[in-house]
Each structure stands twice: as structure tokens, then as C-alpha cells.
Design a protein around this ligand. Sequence first.
Ligand code: PMP
Length: 411
Amino acid sequence: DSLFSRLSPTPADEPFAVNGAYIQDTYPDKVNLGIGVYRTSDGSPWPLRVVEEAEKQLYQASDVSRHEYLTIQGDREFLRLASNLVFGFDQEKQAQAEENKSRVVSIQTVSGTGANRLGAELLTRNLRPGCVWVPDPTWANHHTIWELAGVERKSYPYYDSATKSFDFEGTFRTLSSANTNDVVILHACAHNPTGADPTKEQWKMLAELCKTKGLIPFFDLAYQGFASGNLEQDAWAIRYFFNYNPRLEFCVAQSFSKNFGLYGQRVGALHVVTSTISEEVSQNLLSNLCHLVRGEYSMAPRGGSEIVRTVLGNETLKEKWYEDLVTMSERIRQMRQALFDELIRLQTPGDWTHILKQIGMFTYVGLSEEQVSKIRSKHHIYMLKSGRISISGLNESNVKYVAKGIDDVVR
Ligand code: PMP
């Protein structure tokens, strides 16, 4: 008898499980709309052109220190560039930028997941929040992360299935009943899984609500530049919260998986924004973060962060990166349009305009669990049981087939 024989199984992670089932399927026209990864128009992964250039530069230079440890905090130049990207410090007047920068403590993380996890650990241990408010629905890993942190999870109604858009009234009403020191998870842009975001006016009211109720916003930023093709636009909500007066304190979990296509490299950062400008507060905050990281894995990996640092630190490469962001976001936008056009052409019952209105990699296409199961068994089209589809899995050769499949299961 094993010490472990009493363990009960844990639920499989759905996107990875759907991906596994897709790989096993031998049907030639199968389509993978499950996992959230970018694919080109021929269905392949895409190492960004600018990443390939940075790799060439890095690997040509035979620096003997290239495999040394980073510091526990991570690569400081990478962190400086990463926080500029989020908060836009490099677009501010110098004195203002210096003051603003001193409100932010940053640490390199094992991508966006690691940043979410580290932030959860920091807040739980030091601030003991009464609960965390999670959008319903949300990226499923938010639940796992906060469950592991041991914090009670409550949800706020994020999605209005009647209007197929963000449920502002429901969110506002629910969060009005939250208590001081509760954490609120907010997707900075391109909400996963619905693709529905608050408007600027709604973000403004949410910032005010967080301030008056004393809530701790926790932004998850996994799609900056990837969602709209524009870095400023996708960081708008975070920058608004940053500049809110009186000052708010909050966390930002930043991922470079999607916008740099560096999924397996695990590149990210956690930024903690404070209201006071105090060297002592910042130092203590950083030392606490470093303590947590040291006990978990000592420091984040350096391979991917060097690529990001190389690109963001070079004006020419940065310009090329902007072009790559436009390439990816445009292709996704075109596929939204193509799917919509095809459903209209087929006169598929229902209103499909949400496919065009929603933003980013995902859309709640509007199929029931039963229809999702049918489209998989009958047409070999894979998606999450909520009806979330990854638009990036669509291309010119399969979009008609997918539309036909949807048409078939909704009739
Ligand atoms: N948050 C959200 C909302 C996401 O969609 C993702 C990617 N699926 C992540 C965080 C983090 O992914 P990663 O750990 O690869 O950065």
C-alpha cells in the first residue's frame, strides 16, 4: 500500500485535455479551437520574426556568462522595459516618470501564471484578504491559483448571455457588496474566455468603486498588443487605475506568452503598485517578493526574458515587433469576420454579431454544452464545453467547414 493511495484524482485542465484529445484524433479535417495559442493561416505555430532576429543576435554573441543565474528579482533591464510597456513611463515627462516609477515594485516571474500565483501569495500572506472576487466566467486557472492560496473565492457576474457582452450592472451591483481589503480579479483586456471587455466609462466607474470600497484590484494582463494590435489601447484600463486620484494600490500580472509567442519560455513579471512613494515600503515589498520566489524556485528562467529585453531595448526591433503584433491581431480580426460572413451566408439561426464585437483570441461562440459535444463527435471540431473558441485556430481552409459544423448543430 502506498502512502499516496488515498489521493483522489484532481480535475484535468480543460484546454490541455481538449488539446490532447485533438492530437489523438486521426480524422484528416479535424479542427482545434481549444487551446489559446496563435496559429498562422496554415495552422502552424509562429515564432515571431522579431524573436528570430533577437535569437540570432543573442546566440551569435558567445558571452561566457550567458547561462549564469539571474538575481532573485530577475533581469532588471528586462523589468524596466516590461514595466514601461505596461505603465507607459517612457511617454511621460521625465520628472513625472521618475515619480511614477517609484510607485511600482517589479519582479520577474514564471510567465503570467507565475505572476498570478506570486501576487496571490503576497497578498494572502501579508494582507489576509477576506475573499477574492473572480469574474464568472474566467480563465479557469484563477480558481486553481486562489484555491491553492487558501482564499475564499466569490464570483461576480461578468457575462450577460442575453446581450453577449460584459454585464456591467451585475458586476457593479455585486462588487458593491464587497468588503474592504477584498481582492478583485480584472482582465486588463481581451477577457478570457468571453472576449467581452468593459468600456472606458465602465472602467472609470470600476476604479471609483474599488477606491470607495477599499478593494484591491488585481489585473491579469496576458494580451497587451495582441488584442487590438495597439499597446496603449490594451493597457488603457491599467494606466487609468494607475493615474486615479486618490491613488489606488494594485497588482499587475504580465505575460509575454502571447504577444511575443514565447509560450514555453515562461516570460512574465509581477508589478505591485503602491500609493506612497517610500523607499522603505518598496524595499520591504521587494524583499518579501524575493523571499517567496527564493523558496519556490530561486528565480525565473532567463532564456525568454533575454529575447524580450533584446527586442524592447532596441528601437528598430521594437518597431518590427509592433508590426508582428499587427500581423497577429489582424489575422484574428479577419478570421472573426470570415466566420461571421459564412454564418450569415448559411443563414444560420441566431444573432452572430458578438463574434465581431468581441476582442482578442477568444469568443464565446454561443453553443450549448450539448452542441459542443455534438460538433466534436460529428465534425471533429474541438472547443471548450462553454463554447469558447480560439479564433486563432481558424484559417481560410477550415473556416467554411467550421461554420457548416456550427450551422449543423444549432439547427
Ligand atoms: N491569464 C490569462 C487570462 C490567460 O489567458 C493566460 C494564458 N492562457 C495567462 C494568464 C497566462 O499564461 P502564461 O502563464 O502562459 O503567461
